[in-house]
Design a protein around this ligand. Sequence first.
Ligand code: FDA
Length: 394
Amino acid sequence: MIYDVVIIGAGAAGLMCAAQAGYAGKRVLVLDHANKAGKKILMSGGGRCNFTNLGTTPQHFYSSNPYFCISALKRYRPEHFVELVERHGVEHVEKTPGQLFCATSAKEIVRTLLTECEWAGAEIRLSTQVTRVEQQGSAMRLTTSIGKIDAGVVVVASGGLSIPSMGATGFGYDIARQFGLEVFDTRPGLVPFTLSDTWKARAAELSGLSVPVAVSSGSRRFVDPMLFTHRGLSGPAMLQISSVWQPGESISIDLLPTENVAESLREARQGTPKRQLSTWLGERFPKRFAQALLEWYPDHDLARPLAQYANAALEEWAERINAWQLKPAGTEGWRTAEVTMGGVNTDAISSKTFEVKELPQLRFIGEVLDVTGELGGYNFQWAWASGVACGQSC
Ligand code: FDA
């Protein structure tokens, strides 16, 4: 079998690339070892796929080369994808500012992509293993479970390592290494934290409770909800900070990001000296959480009025609330991570065409590259943008 373009991976980037290359008149084949196309799309955004973010800028991406993503993101913008889904009759909603989700189901996005592939004449073969990729002069040869396939161009769109049960493999990294490309260490990103011992038990008691926080690690800070779980902490704030957190480090959680607690407590002591700390906490936090805070720090007499708190004691409470220092035991790992940090070093890749500069018949797109978005639809926008840039130039 001979094709102009063979794409490994029928995920977000691979399907987008296939349709574009097909429309450009190329004979295109997409191979995937999974039995369904776009499995991660189907499970994304709680089944409703946060398919883009209207506020996408390169600043929302992590990469050792922060400039690499600029070109593709500039050429294929969120509005372009919105226009595409609207043409396919997909209704959508803006949940949090900028974050667009399907109004009904993520299936609508997969349907859109598969229809585009069909219209563009791109062929898709599922449940197909690729075991080898070799250079054959100026072309490429793949050994697969359906036989040998020759291709003018091979596009690796095999994604990252998160959720192995959905078909994620390190195959793309193996191909990169085989052709002499550098692969940066990978680690799970956008992943819940686990806690140990006392803090694990405390989180478990509050499991299901969500509170708005600001969380920081190093120079990064995110203001979002935090969710207590049976094993630790999750919710958007924790997922975001997990992408920059390094094992062994503490994170700083501000439980009242809009209030200077030291100042507020001093004012409360002066204005309402008979009030108790529990009342003050109860006015700011859900009852369960206010109670938990008092139990976590039993260094006070519950009946004591604020008037009897020394400055040092108020400062201590302010620190606990505005700068709670917590050392996660680890993360939930690849099993639940939404993305992979690290991946194929982009220095060897053209940011215009996504071809390997030294071997133009081999290309890498999507999450397999060392480009990872923050939470909020940025990762799909990267998959669409890199897929379009590559597909149009194949
Ligand atoms: P993707 O993973 O989509 O596709 C790779 C394909 O390659 C898969 O079909 C896989 O089966 C195939 N493959 C792998 N190895 C292979 C091999 N050896 N041979 C053949 N095929 C192989 N992002 C976002 O922007 N908004 C969101 O709402 C979410 N939500 C979300 C939820 C969950 C639970 C997860 C796990 C992830 C998200 N994401 C997300 C992230 C998003 O899903 C991800 O960034 C994109 O799917 C990446 O697109 P790719 O096409 O690069 O990989």
